[in-house]
Design a binder for this molecule. Sequence first.
Ligand SMILES: C[S@@+](CC[C@H](N)C(=O)[O-])C[C@H]1O[C@@H](n2cnc3c(N)ncnc32)[C@H](O)[C@@H]1O
Length: 248
Amino acid sequence: MDDEKLGNQFDGKEVYVKDVFTEIASYYDEMNGIMSMGMIRRWHKFMMKKLGNLQGKRCLDVGTGTGEIAFLVARKAAGGEVIGLDITPAMLELAKKKMTDLGIANVEFVVGDALDIQMPDGTFDAVTSGYMLRNVTDIPKAVGEMHRMLKVGGRCVVAELARPGNRLVKPFYNFYMNRVIPHYGRKYDKGMAIDGKQPAYDWLTSSIEGFPYGDAMVEIFRKAGFRDAKCYVKSFGAVNIYVASKEA
Ligand SMILES: C[S@@+](CC[C@H](N)C(=O)[O-])C[C@H]1O[C@@H](n2cnc3c(N)ncnc32)[C@H](O)[C@@H]1O
């Protein structure tokens, strides 16, 4: 493994990840609510606050999945537009259906790779991403693409899983990740191997192995050019939200 790529990397990861999200697309939103114990709403509220005023702005949500973050950004970006980019068409199909149901018109969903975004430098005023970085094969490259996509002065807000540092919280966290999530996940993924590898919800926990968070992730953002990158710790450290701007 290339050390610079960090996180849980293995041969065939890109195809495996796409197949995992294709498999779980239809129950992804429901499971997110269950697994985050409803806290996901608060994380997203904080992300929106950190984005500031987006009226009339162009925004990109990378690894948009079923579009939850893209829709929140779209409401803030009235008069502007949001591109929701994802590598898994099945997730985007659901996002498109949800968009019609929600009556939102200013989001366009496109199939694309976060590691090689087919758009010119400096296209967006804001870039968001939620829970995607563990899934890519090259984390610094994905963060570099977010930086490239931003206009100077634009802001990037990224949410990802982390690990609580507090020793009183750790045992609860470990029990939750290693027992509770696989228990619920099994009801949905039925323990079915994907591409001869682990079932979908086992990937959720093992994707955290070796995944950089906190200061280590801030360093990745800084190396990508985000000199003011900051990490906000949420839910006792189970989730971190990184906020950074593109400077001149
Ligand atoms: C855990 S889901 C998060 C979805 C959404 N952001 C949310 O908040 O619910 C991760 C998403 O990242 C997407 N993804 C993984 N690797 C990607 C890549 N290289 N480029 C674009 N999207 C990717 C997956 O298809 C999946 O939809």
